[in-house]
Design a binder for this molecule. Structure first.
Ligand SMILES: [Zn+2]
Ligand SMILES: [Zn+2]
Length: 200
């Protein structure tokens, strides 16, 4: 059975005084789900405190295989996280506020497993709209050609999405105009009837 590289043996500090710490250089594949593995590097420090160990990960980098949201090309995106910090408790507390954010030391085996912590952090930092390049030209809306590879001759000045968003705005403008006109004519008729009412 392959050894879990994210399961760290902290036996050397568990029996030591508070403040004792141990360092680990992580360079391993992290399993995100059944199909996805991601290479991870990080410098991890584990420090013993009174009721827990404090885990800090610095220089965290991961390389994700993602699909460009403009040209649908697959590419590798580097994800860097400056600092990850979390406490792993010696004992499960009586009241657990957020079970997803509860990390415990495996006291029997004197280990902590930081795979889940890294997984959660990666999800938080995952690019929502991946771009292979800020200059990515995307695909032609007419023929679907990848415009980074060359032009296809179609007109790309008109962005279909902008037309779609403009349409409702134009309609609103029309409605607004109509209501403005309606108001003024309404006022006009009112004011024009006023003198008549006074006379009566
Ligand atoms: Zn792209
Ligand atoms: Zn085209």
């Amino acid at each position: 059975m392959p050894k879990n590289k994210f399961k760290l043996n902290i036996g050397s500090i568990l029996e030591a005084e508070e403040g004792a710490h141990v360092e680990f250089d992580i360079d391993a594949l992290l399993k995100l789900d059944e199909k996805t593995e991601m290479p991870i590097t990080a410098a991890v420090q584990v420090m013993k405190l009174s009721h827990e160990v404090n885990v800090t990960a610095k220089k965290f980098t991961a390389e994700a295989s993602v699909v460009c949201s403009r040209c649908i090309k697959k590419f590798k995106q580097k994800i860097s996280i400056k600092l990850i910090e979390r406490q792993f408790l010696f004992e499960r507390p009586h009241v657990v506020e957020d079970a997803d954010d509860l990390y415990l030391v495996d006291m029997k085996n004197a280990t902590i497993d930081i795979a889940e912590l890294f997984r959660q952090e990666l999800l938080l930092h995952f690019p929502l709209i991946p771009l292979c390049s800020l200059k990515c030209k995307g695909l032609c809306a007419v023929c679907g050609k990848n415009l980074n590879l060359g032009d296809c001759g179609h007109n790309h000045d008109v962005d279909i999405s902008s037309i779609e968003t403009q349409k409702p705005l134009l309609k609103l403008k029309e409605l607004f105009k109509q209501s403005q006109n309606g108001k003024t004519t309404d006022k006009q008729t009112k004011s024009s009837t006023k003198p008549n009412q006074k006379k009566i």
